[in-house]
Design a protein around this ligand. Structure first.
Ligand code: 523
Length: 148
């Protein structure tokens, strides 16, 4: 009797998944400090601090979205760096992904969506009330804070 080679498992079609809205945020560094932005809206998030960013638009790469969002919201030009590993759930259907970014030009101002900004050194990172979903990314961003 001839042995039959093991058959590969039949391929199953991928389970349909709901499209996920990707929100990109920037861990923006300048001279050993990380930028924190205080949200002014919506009401349930207002007053909490976040890594600034926003929703990816169709056809954009995450890096392009980050450059656009930080230009619109803060009036600065940034250079995206590495992605911080991980992905954090937001409200249903939304996930947060974070990139490091370096300030190229401009001084951040709270032009849209924020009412305060702070540059935080490593020892100051716990002094603001971060959004819960941003905390793991902030912890990772802190590990990457360049020494001054
Ligand atoms: N978050 C969040 N953390 C974080 C960002 C940038 C966003 O939890 N660092 C949440 C807040 C909102 C959703 O992600 O529930 C979308 O962020 P938002 O409102 O900043 O995205 P925009 O700027 O694209 O939204 P529009 O103002 O509607 O254009």
């Amino acid at each position: 009797m001839t042995e039959r080679p093991a058959q590969p498992a039949p391929l199953r079609p991928a389970a349909p998944r709901d499209p996920v809205v990707v929100v990109v945020a920037g861990a923006l560094y300048d001279r050993g400090r990380l930028l924190a932005a205080r949200r002014s809206a919506p009401v349930e998030l207002a007053g909490r601090w976040e890594l600034p960013g926003g929703k990816l638009e169709p056809g954009e790469s995450p890096e392009e979205a980050l450059i656009r969002e930080l230009r619109e919201e803060l009036g600065v030009e940034v250079e995206p760096g590495e992605r911080i590993p991980g992905e954090w759930p937001l409200k249903p259907g939304y996930v947060l992904r974070v990139w490091t970014a370096r300030l190229l030009s401009g001084e951040p101002r709270p032009l849209e969506d924020h009412d305060a900004l702070r540059w935080l050194s490593r020892s100051e990172l716990d002094s603001v009330d971060w959004l819960d979903q941003d905390r793991p990314a902030v912890a990772e961003a802190a590990r990457r804070l360049p020494a001054v």
